[in-house]
Design a protein around this ligand. Sequence first.
Ligand SMILES: [Zn+2]
Length: 303
Amino acid sequence: MNWISDWALPKIQTLFGAKRDVPENLWIKCPHCGEMVFHQDLERSLHVCPKCGHHMRISAQQRLDYTLDPGWARIELPRAPADPLRFRDQRRYGDRLREAQQKTGMDDAIAVAHGAIEGRPAVVAAFEFSFMGGSMGAGVGEGIVTAARLAVLQDAPLVVFTASGGARMQEGAVSLMQMPRTVIATRMVKEAGLPFITVLCDPTTGGVTASFAMLGDVQIAEPGALIGFAGARVIEQTVREKLPEGFQRAEYLLEHGILDMVVPRGEMRGMLSRLIGFLRPPERLAEAEVAEAAAPAPAPAAE
Ligand SMILES: [Zn+2]
């Protein structure tokens, strides 16, 4: 009995363990169902698990690649004051920032690009969750303001993919100020008569949910995305009630009228392109109709 637990079991575990360790970067484990998926298959499926359909978190770069037609261009964002409060917890905020910049190759937790979605011009902003949890400080605020200004300038719709833990606490009140700031920026897009579409990805919480992310003309989410303001545990402790199954998940929010649609990643491009087509400003729609009328139309059926 003892030799089994002391010798044979660890031996088997190391054998299997070693097997699993070697191809670590080639095989990616689905965090939902545990299936090992070959990296090329995962890229082909846009990082959606082929077995259970779980939508894995992806980088801002991948998001832009999956959304925009080839040939899109990234916009350089204005630099926000780094570490405005000279904040320090266990470590200096400045050090944390530098580390995140080295890890992700980005200046802050957002990327902005312009290009086209299935041929329709658009400005797209995407959060980078692996940059300090996609938290919104002055840098991210700058990103949203720049994206909104660019959309107005180019007379193009604005699409924002959110993935954020909320406000960046290391920037204190400066970070909270980004909430009204981003709201005003996205209002500019609406006032110019341009579509503003938000795609809420896993997870979208805190100050991002509580500001521009919930103000899209169309509210889309990816399947299974966690979307909310406060965490479920905090709410449960506050209201002292058991929360329903699937609370704060995209499907639950769709059922309760918070979202307009839940769209799988593979269908997102097509859906965004169609929505942009529907939401074009009326005068441009009229122009398009004139163009269509000029084109030979199918003859009306005789009755
Ligand atoms: Zn899976």
